[in-house]
Design a protein around this ligand. Sequence first.
Ligand code: DX5
Ligand code: ZN
Length: 223
Amino acid sequence: QQKTKIAPSILSADFAQLGAEVAAIAAAGADYVHVDVMDGHFVPNITIGPGVLKALKPHAKIPFDVHLMIAPVDPFVAEFAAAGADIITFHPEAGAHPHRTVQLIKSLGKKAGVSLNPATSIDVLDYLLPDLDLVLVMSVNPGFGGQAFIPSALEKIAEIRRRIDKVSVAQNGRVIDLEVDGGINAETARQAVAAGADVLVAGTATFKGGPAAYAGNIAGLKT
Ligand code: DX5
Ligand code: ZN
């Protein structure tokens, strides 16, 4: 298993200073920039779109991990790829043909991820996992930062870890990230990593205390 990576969710950043915030988390040791895109339809909140992603891209060299909570998803994939997404993750409920969405993302030269809501079964991975670069387990219902971690996510992470390890071995050690998103703090970070997660999304836990605290906040989640 790879070393734990931290993907701060900029949903908890100061939206009036987003460029500086992205630069600050990269300098503070973040591994990915996690960008939560919400459409007010698939989830009950509206955040940012490809124009903002494009403006932020030059502010950090680390990969941009773009979490699309939008439906339909296919019509927007190319635009997010062009705007600077390195990893594009979508929810299988957001389109009729998740395998086609994975093909579309990969045809654009980007890494593809699938996100599972708290009530979504891991069975959806059966015929997708060999083509994925990332699985994102939601440990809250998507829509808002600052929610409490849902414990059943741990069992799901453990089960997906077993599946990923099997696929990875069959594919000569190819890396598939297992990322968890929602309610991550020092305690749930430890639980999620123990269950098999290797990328932790953290909004509240990264941005609390302002820029001077980011490096300590990120380091605290890695241990
Ligand atoms: C929820 C988003 C998360 C969220 C995480 O819909 O996908 O990325 O912002 O925020 P915290 O870490 O505050 O739970
Ligand atoms: Zn997210």
